[in-house]
Design a protein around this ligand. Structure first.
Ligand SMILES: [Zn+2]
Length: 263
């Protein structure tokens, strides 16, 4: 169910990006070039195929497949650069929302990887580059970077959606950590309480509990009555400070550490 929603969300991002109609002719050409072979009848999804048709340009269509001119990145304006990156992402990119956050990668032919990574770096996104099964894989890892990249490519509402999904997940992770920490605290309280009960039992058996101060003895009896209570709870029940409860247990422990009849 969750996985399906995430796939839908990723699809929404792609639909969002593919729906952009660049008003300038320069950007349309740049996006076509970014789409690469996907602009020439090799689209991997109907969404991208329809985009390719919308961006079609009769002059470019006369070129043989695979010979679309590359964008002159160095000379390109920023609007054209983001159109090109959008096209590249739509034809070669994939986005996944995994437990740790978001993951975005572009898989391109070997010769193209470092060029693409360089362009991404220049556009302000720090990619990593590696080779997988004879192809270059350019990856954006940090969630913030990925969201910024998608916005840069022109994605709108769908990015907000991705963002809120990731924030929700972070909150869930935080909540789980808090619950786990509380569980650990409880375990520590229970272990400490068992130790204290044993000490109280020992002092009671050899008669030394009666020799303890009134407050120390009251703390010991209260602990017996409420083995699972925290120090703060014991303090509340007795109307004394938490520090005083702690001190009482220290006294009891010290007494128990002495051989009986040695006080
Ligand atoms: Zn342009």
């Amino acid at each position: 169910m969750v996985k399906t929603r995430e796939r839908d969300l990723v699809q929404a991002v792609r639909v969002d990006l593919a729906a952009i109609d660049p008003p300038r002719a320069c950007c349309r050409a740049a996006e076509r070039s970014g789409l690469g072979t996907a602009a020439q009848g090799r689209a991997r999804s109907p969404v991208v195929a329809r985009l390719a048709i919308r961006l079609a340009d009769p002059e470019a269509d006369r070129r043989p497949a695979g010979q679309l001119p590359d964008l002159d990145w160095a000379a390109a304006r920023s609007h054209c650069r983001s159109a090109w990156l959008r096209g590249r992402f739509l034809s070669a990119g994939s986005l996944s929302l995994v437990a740790a956050g978001a993951h975005l990668e572009l898989v391109v032919p070997m010769g193209e990887g470092s060029e693409l990574a360089g362009r991404l770096r220049e556009a302000g996104f720090a990619p990593s580059l590696r080779v997988r099964r004879g192809r270059s894989v350019v990856t954006l890892k940090r969630t913030e970077t990925i969201l910024a990249f998608l916005r840069h490519c022109g994605a709108g509402a769908s990015v907000l959606e991705v963002e809120s999904r990731l924030v929700m997940r972070q909150l869930q992770g935080h909540l789980n950590r808090v619950l786990n920490a509380e569980g650990a605290n409880l375990e520590r309280t229970v272990a400490a309480s068992a130790r204290q009960m044993a000490i109280i039992e020992q002092l009671e058996v050899d008669g030394r509990l009666a020799e303890a101060s009134d407050i120390d003895r009251a703390v010991a009896l209260e602990r017996r009555a409420a083995p699972e209570a925290t120090f703060s709870e014991l303090a509340d029940r007795l109307g004394i400070s938490r520090a005083r409860v702690q001190r009482a247990f220290r006294h009891l422990e010290d007494a128990a550490a002495q051989p009986a009849g040695d006080i």
